[in-house]
Design a protein around this ligand. Structure first.
Ligand SMILES: Cc1cc2nc3c(=O)[nH]c(=O)nc-3n(C[C@H](O)[C@H](O)[C@H](O)COP(=O)(O)O)c2cc1C
Length: 308
């Protein structure tokens, strides 16, 4: 089975992604937080350095709605060796994003989406899309079927589908609760588009859901919040084994030794996602919070026998 760490603003920064990549290796694909194409056009070096460590192997998630601008951003990304995969955000309902016709809002205009896809196709490595199952509260398969046909026309095979509708003018939190999860429609999409690589997202938080999806021939899952609550949860469910976590974490921490832009707080935030349901977590978190260097954080993991 393969897992995909969903792009999440404020969470899937380079520190958290590198930790997930080191722990799960080829079992996981990670995605940057959404990056607006304009940020890449105006200063790609700064933008990439802020979002990617040299050894991150993540996809970059971009948002844009001006075909010319997407094209300019792609021109820059085509020259960046460490990035091999662009994901286009067509699902974010946030009001700020909406104002600029990005994300979900862009899907109100299929002709414009097509023009954006034309621009996206100038990328010379992997392209994927992240979208919703529908637009507005009414459940209707037409939206997703028409968009999947369009992506297929552009030979974009990999599509991550957040398995609930997105509603404009509804805040992002309510957009993750009011529209209902509809895996059944997702299964229908898989049947109608058998040659596409469709990957479900949304509330994949427990063994029961994973089993329900696997029973329907799904072996790839995009997971967001549950990974940020407990990065090790798929290991706890017995779905993946990780040998010698302490060694992996030490190696992870060592990779920041000469990193000039180190943000120790963000690194600690990533590390905290390992401590869910761990004995003595409160004390360990306190020690990590107080640590003022990477070496001290490393010692905490090496001396506490957290997972023995
Ligand atoms: C705090 C937060 C930030 C998010 N940021 C993004 C984003 O930048 N791009 C995106 O496509 N989706 C974003 N999402 C949506 C997630 O990628 C995912 O689709 C959603 O959380 C549902 O998956 P989950 O139930 O596994 O968390 C965000 C979600 C949350 C909670």
């Amino acid at each position: 089975m393969n897992y995909h760490l969903a792009p999440m603003m404020g969470y899937t920064d380079c520190y958290f992604r590198l930790l997930a990549e080191k722990l799960y290796k080829s079992h996981i694909t990670t995605f940057s937080e959404m990056i607006v194409d304009k940020a890449i056009i105006h200063n790609e070096i700064k933008t990439i350095n802020k979002h990617f460590l040299v050894n991150n192997i993540s996809a970059i998630q971009i948002a844009g709605s001006e075909p010319m601008e997407i094209k300019l951003a792609i021109q820059k990304l085509n020259n960046i060796d460490r990035i091999n995969h662009i994901n286009l955000n067509l699902g974010c309902p946030s009001s700020r994003v909406q104002e600029n016709k990005l994300g979900l809002a862009l899907t109100q205009y299929p002709t414009l989406v097509k023009e954006c896809l034309h621009a996206l196709k100038t990328y010379n490595k992997k392209i994927s899309i992240k979208c919703r199952l529908g637009l507005g509260l009414e459940e209707d398969q037409k939206y997703i079927f028409e968009y999947l046909s369009m992506f297929q026309e552009f030979e974009i095979k990999t599509v991550y589908i957040h398995c609930r509708n997105g509603v404009l003018n509804l805040d992002t939190k309510k957009n993750r609760t009011i529209p209902k999860i509809n895996y059944e429609l997702f299964f229908k999409c898989k049947d109608v588009f058998p040659n596409m690589e469709l990957i479900p997202n949304g509330e994949i938080n427990d063994l029961e859901t994973i089993k329900h999806l696997s029973d329907n021939n799904i072996n790839q899952f995009m997971i967001g919040r549950q990974f940020t609550n407990d990065l090790l949860f798929i290991e706890k469910l017995g779905l993946v084994t990780i040998d010698n976590k302490v060694r992996i974490i030490s190696d992870y921490l060592d990779s920041f030794e000469d990193y000039e832009y180190l943000n120790l707080n963000l690194l600690k935030k990533a590390i905290f996602t390992l401590l869910s349901k761990v004995n003595g977590a409160k004390k360990i978190k306190k020690d990590v919070s107080e640590a003022d260097s990477i070496i001290k954080v490393k010692k905490i993991f090496e001396s506490n026998q957290i997972w023995n």
